[in-house]
Write a protein that binds this ligand. Structure first.
Ligand code: CAA
Length: 258
């Protein structure tokens, strides 16, 4: 499918989705988020995709929700349309892993979009922030909740109340990103990581993603019970037999997603 605000390339079982509104530093408007929701659903359905990489440009992953589009909305319009709620829900429903590859500005709704992915890898030029306070609002796509879980209350309050930006070193130190790479290497390095994930059994990949996400939604004992049941269930798969046999036979496993 052709999109106006993003591009999708699929190669070697990895879908690379690139936000493409350079004139607005990839600000998230309703067209872009609707297209992104559709691209995620397509990637989820496509058997040629086993891992998804979401990226922007060198200058900006995304500089936030589109201020021009939002500026004249009334309370009633934002409330009844549940602004961006349905679109973000499509991303969160994706069961295949999604890596956010961030370069440059990753602000407001852009930071919230990156945090809705499974993990974030950024360049040394990346700048993260939730500057909505400067516009007389607050984060609106989960930032107050997800940022707090990523980096803790003190830093989240600091970021959200002052609107300041965080550089890549602080983002890595705080646990917001998993790795920092030099800017020119971002896409090759993230694609290599995605490729590595795509070679695993998709059954254990999807179960692992569900288990880690469960840690955010439930108590420790319920989460551990969920993990134990999921772990046991994987022993019903051919891929578990193949994975362990391959280890013992000192060869690479041939997973068949069964
Ligand atoms: N919405 C709409 N347009 C945006 C935008 C946004 N969030 N961010 C940047 N742009 C546009 C600018 O208006 C500008 O367009 P024009 O050339 O037509 O004027 C173009 O992108 C380039 O931006 P700048 O000239 O400002 O570039 P810069 O390098 O000087 O500054 C920046 C970069 C610091 C990121 C600055 O653009 C900026 O502060 N952007 C807004 C960041 C922000 O407040 N984000 C939060 C949005 S609200 C939100 O996201 C709510 C939510 O949680 C749902």
């Amino acid at each position: 499918m052709a999109y106006q605000t993003l591009t999708v390339e699929i190669d070697d079982y990895v879908a690379l989705i690139r936000l493409n509104r350079p004139e607005a530093l990839n600000a998230l408007n309703s067209e872009l988020l609707t297209e992104l929701g559709s691209a995620m659903e397509e990637a989820e359905r496509n058997e040629k995709v086993r891992c998804i990489v979401l990226t922007g440009s060198e200058k900006a992953f995304a500089a936030g929700a589109d201020i021009k589009e939002m500026s004249t909305k009334s309370y009633g319009e934002v409330f009844t349309s549940d602004l961006f709620g349905a679109e973000i829900a499509k991303i969160l429903r994706t069961r295949k892993p999604i890596i956010a590859a961030v370069s440059g500005y990753c602000l407001g709704g852009g930071c919230e979009l990156a945090m809705a992915c499974d993990f974030i890898i950024c360049t040394d030029t990346a700048k993260f922030g939730q500057p909505e306070i400067n516009l007389g609002v607050i984060p609106g796509i989960g930032g107050s909740q997800r940022l707090t879980r990523f980096i803790g209350k003190s830093k989240a309050m600091d970021m959200i109340l002052t609107g300041r930006f965080m550089d890549s070193a602080e983002a890595e130190r705080s646990g917001l990103v998993s790795r920092v790479v030099p800017a020119p290497k971002l896409i090759p390095e993230v694609l290599a990581i995605a490729k590595k994930i795509s070679e695993k059994s998709i059954l254990s990949v999807m179960v692992a993603k569900e288990c880690v996400n469960r840690a955010y939604e439930t108590t420790l004992s319920e989460g551990i019970l969920f993990e134990r049941r999921s772990f046991a269930a994987l022993f019903a798969t051919e891929d578990q037999k193949e994975g362990m046999a391959a280890f013992l036979e000192k060869r690479q496993p041939q997973f068949r997603d069964k």
